[in-house]
Design a protein. Sequence first.
Length: 257
Amino acid sequence: MGETTVELSPDEIRRRADSLGPWFHNIDLNGVATAPEHFLGDYPSVKWRRFANALPADLTGMSVLDIGCNGGFYSIEMKKRGAARVLGVDFDDDYLRQARFAAAVLDLDIEFRELSVYDVGALRERFDVVIFMGVLYHLRHPLLALDLIHEHVAKDILVFQSMQRGSAEVEPVARDYPFWSSDHFDRPGYPKLHFVEHHYAGDPTNWWIPNGACAEAMLRSAGFRIESHPEDEVYVCRRIDRPYGAGPVYPATGAGA
């Protein structure tokens, strides 16, 4: 569970927050901003304000899983809305230390756990709301991640966000094309997933960046119906039956594989 702490002065919050930095989430800790010089401004609050009304204002009795929770901003917002259980997972210990500290300062009962999106099946629990924001483009196997979320942890609502590049146009795609038909692949509104072999924005973990049509197609393919698109990169979805033939794979590992 979250760490406990005595009430800290602003100076002590500032000192401890700085010692845990750098922060990617700018979180207001009783008047102390964790990343006041963020290159994206007051991030992610500036993004949250554009889609906050698309989610239930009252989450009383509901459970929330925040995958790739980073410093805990969205976990905190979900707890503020009254969620009974909030679990934030990330594979980065530095982010988890930040998230636990932020929750403790704000006196919010949030659990944080080290876990990869590829291992969500180990939770053996489904959640009313799953937050999956700012993670897809950091993954070597992005569609597998969506399949695993659908298979193991999503019960109803999925809040999805990914960085997008390329055209924002989304055009209808036929259910099938003849073998010799290829012009549709070059149209701006056709789903495209851009592969980054080396670095993008100085980050070697940026692997796959979809255009808008691809983000929507991947969600549908994994069994999520898009209910709303309240912000340029954000989709609020409902879990439905996945399409025939879709689903996660579980490769064998180990020396004998």
